[in-house]
Design a protein around this ligand. Structure first.
Ligand code: SF4
Length: 391
């Protein structure tokens, strides 16, 4: 709805004095306009505005690829931020499985602003007299020879304290949590992440980076705590690289890793809980391909990204009913009769979208033997094709 200052109408009220006084910026406001504005401030309107804003920002920043699905990375490539997390979750993520919930944009936004607006100035003031500087971030991109062949680790650090020659002295990893009460050590995967940066910076620069800091900020009260991390070659080789090797093996063999999260909380915030089998939905151990036909919680944007990521992927009839806009842009699988095997277009049967009462097969109904229609299961929707693998 377009909102503009509307001319006074019969419903116009005077605010303050009865007549306009010199110096009053606005003395009369149209009641209809106020109602329109109030109704326009909705969750849907805000969500659409935010998505459009992010889309434009990515183009402005020269990172339009963030607006589409991620390219499928080589099985040998690892991102520091994914190390030591649930192997299955990372495989789902890397192969663009359909995500079941929206991104925690508030957490991303807070983390970003916390680092830029609070921690960076804080660090700059802290080191002001030390002839050192704070660099926003540095890239690491290095390879390691392992028993399972060469692995590559590529990623971007958080702020790094550097010397006057821009040699890295002390990388930091900045994280936010709802609360930092009771934190006594860094999370193991954050320790792994900062180890990857220390090792990468050492390989890239003529300087042994042996120390780092993991800093946590509270999203509730802005409390901060930090932990000094010393490079530990045993942790690096026996824990971090072992995880990376095993992940590469799962990817190379096309095996779905076991549902074995590194941390119990991972499942609660995982965007693949339903296909994994950690929910009340009737699914478990589903491959990264195909939509769950009985799951209705997919956000539209995530379904769109999934369809764009996979040549040959189709929308299920149930999701086509839920998101007709997507159905007009992407192929839709047909309903299938559980009894006579007849197939019908997604909008052919008369159905109100109630998942607990699937549409009936018109053919069987005519024969006096009503039978339900069903959506194809994930493994019937699409066969994965050879993916382009981005090194
Ligand atoms: S639900 Fe848990 S076990 Fe399953 S992929 Fe997610 S984090 Fe891993």
């Amino acid at each position: 709805m377009e909102l503009k200052q509307m001319p006074p109408s019969d419903e116009t009220e005077n605010i303050g004095s009865q007549s306009k006084q010199p110096g009053d910026a606005v003395t009369r406001v149209d009641q209809n306009w106020k109602r329109s504005l109030t109704e326009s401030i909705s969750s849907e309107a805000f969500s659409k505005w935010y998505q459009n804003r992010q889309f434009a920002k990515n183009i402005r920043n020269g990172t339009p690829y963030f607006n589409g699905p991620s390219s499928v990375k080589s099985p040998r490539r690892h991102s520091p931020s994914q190390l030591l997390q649930c192997q299955r979750k990372i495989v789902y993520n890397q192969l663009n499985a359909p995500e079941e919930s929206a991104n925690p944009e508030g957490i991303f936004w807070f983390g970003n602003r916390f680092e830029k607006d609070i921690i960076m100035p804080f660090l700059q003031d802290l080191i002001a007299d030390s002839n050192t500087y704070v660099c926003n971030s540095l890239w690491v991109d290095f390879t390691i020879n392992t028993e399972r062949g060469e692995l590559r680790i590529k990623g971007e650090t958080d702020p790094v304290v550097v010397d006057a020659e821009a040699q890295p002295l002390l990388p930091l990893e900045i994280k936010t949590k709802r609360s930092i009460d009771g934190l006594t050590k860094p999370n193991r995967h954050h320790k792994a992440q900062i180890h990857a940066y220390m090792r990468g910076l050492t390989k890239k620069h003529d300087y042994e980076v042996t120390d780092a800091i993991v800093l946590y900020g509270s999203r509730t009260n802005l409390d901060v705590t930090s932990f000094h991390v010393e490079f530990d070659p045993i942790f690096w080789e026996e824990v971090v690289l072992e995880w990376a090797e095993s992940h590469t093996s799962y990817r190379l063999s096309d095996d779905l890793p076991p549902a074995d999260p590194e941390y119990a909380w991972e499942c609660n915030v995982c965007s693949y809980r339903h296909r994994c089998g950690q929910s009340s939905e009737p699914y478990a151990d589903i491959s990264p391909y195909g939509l769950l036909p009985e799951y209705t919680g997919y956000p539209q944007e995530k379904v769109r990204k999934y369809l764009e990521a996979h040549d040959g992927a189709v929308l299920t009839p149930t999701l086509a009913q839920q998101y007709p806009e997507l159905a007009s842009q992407h192929p839709v699988a047909k309903w299938q009769c559980v009894s006579c095997d007849a197939q019908f277009l997604w909008d052919e049967p008369d159905w109100d979208g109630d998942q607990s009462a699937p549409p009936l097969c018109p053919k069987c109904a005519n024969n006096g033997t009503p039978a339900p229609l069903r959506s194809p299961q994930p493994d019937e929707q699409y066969q994965p094709q050879e993916a382009d693998q981005d090194e």
